[in-house]
Design a protein around this ligand. Sequence first.
Ligand code: EPZ
Length: 422
Amino acid sequence: MSGKEKMMISGGMPLEGVVRVSGGKNTSVAVIPATLLCDEPCTIENLPDIDDVRALVDILRSLGAEVDYEPGAFMRVDPRTAHGCQVGYRDAQRLRASYYLIGALLGRQGKAEVAFPGGCKIGTRPIDQHLKGFNAIGARTEERGGAIFADAEELTGGDVFFDVVTVGGTINVMLAACKAQGTTVLHNAAKEPHIVDLANFLNSMGARVKGAGTDTIRIKGESWLHGTTYAVIPDQIETGTLMIAAAATHGDVEISGCIPTHMEALTAKLLEMGVRVTDSDDAIRVRMNGAHRAVNVKTQVYPGFPTDLQQPMSALLTTAHGTSIIQETIFESRFKHMDELVRMGANIRVVDRTAIIEGVPTLYGAPVTTTDLRAGAALLVAGLMAKGETEIYEPEYIDRGYEHIEDKLRSLGAVIRREPIE
Ligand code: EPZ
């Protein structure tokens, strides 16, 4: 991204107060393409007003769907005029989730031509499992000229055995299978909260998806899906990022409108560090005064420690007492932010997919650059906890996944603003 702005943070202020978390990015970018499977208009609520959502509005409109989008209120999609089946390079590159249009268009009209997706450069991120799943339900797929071509006279239910647990693969095949003749069974499926949320959305349209949240999902195809109104779940990763920021600034923050049971892996890790975490039905309070202990973190598929929280967590660990070890088991290149943290005074050594973090007394503000969405989250946390002023270049990455994040942090006492780059 060739940013025109930089984010400025004057660190050292403890975050204090109550902040409401937004709707989930990774659930929204699955539910919005899923509206194309519907045979009537449907309305989605609680969507976060982020770049990835806006990109999908443009893509659905380019396919001919009527989209009425009121940021912060609702999105109404009427897919009945959506006759297109192509998503071009420029649109597809705007986000990773553009590839969900393959499953949605296959399900809707048996044909899709979607350029390879964009998204964070945190590894090779192949899509072989998506294609394996589409083939297992009767679709022909071909990679040609930087795009995926998929088509099927008729999708027929089948058995899909994922070789790796893949969130995107599980979602993409689930979409297509909703309109297949017969029953599709996904084995070794991903269990993330947004998989369950997508299944609930599809079922609210009359789809027959069972077992979401377990490693075996059964989908009985339906030829007709009726309209619905559905509110997506709160964002698990934004909740976690705010929890980490509260601890990192030795603050006292209540994150409201969240689902504490989605946060258990992070909560357990923060408690292990000596952070005070208490939760109620739909809120989590994080308090931290005094020193926090070093811990080891190993990213896992849900319900393990989420890879998306590895990066902000690494910022918190830079000033923990002792040596922390982070193992990133999901993506092979998700440590690009570590160099930037070292520029701020952190003591970090990276060996392959392991980071060894020796706690230091404090970080110091510095100019740093965001390389991907959650690296941006890590630099946000580091800037909030550092002494002095931090300049974050390429903050546009952060805008892809965090709705009005500066307003939220400012409401908790952060000194943060955006400035044009001369
Ligand atoms: C989704 O990415 C999320 N993105 C990621 O969040 C998240 O980090 C990831 O799931 C894991 O939870 C969205 O939901 C839009 P995967 P996805 O398929 O679907 C390998 C964020 O910051 N794999 O579960 O791309 C893959 O290389 C983003 O919000 C294959 O080998 O993740 C990786 O090593 C970043 N073949 C592992 O599986 C495939 O066909 C997990 O990938 C697919 C995946």
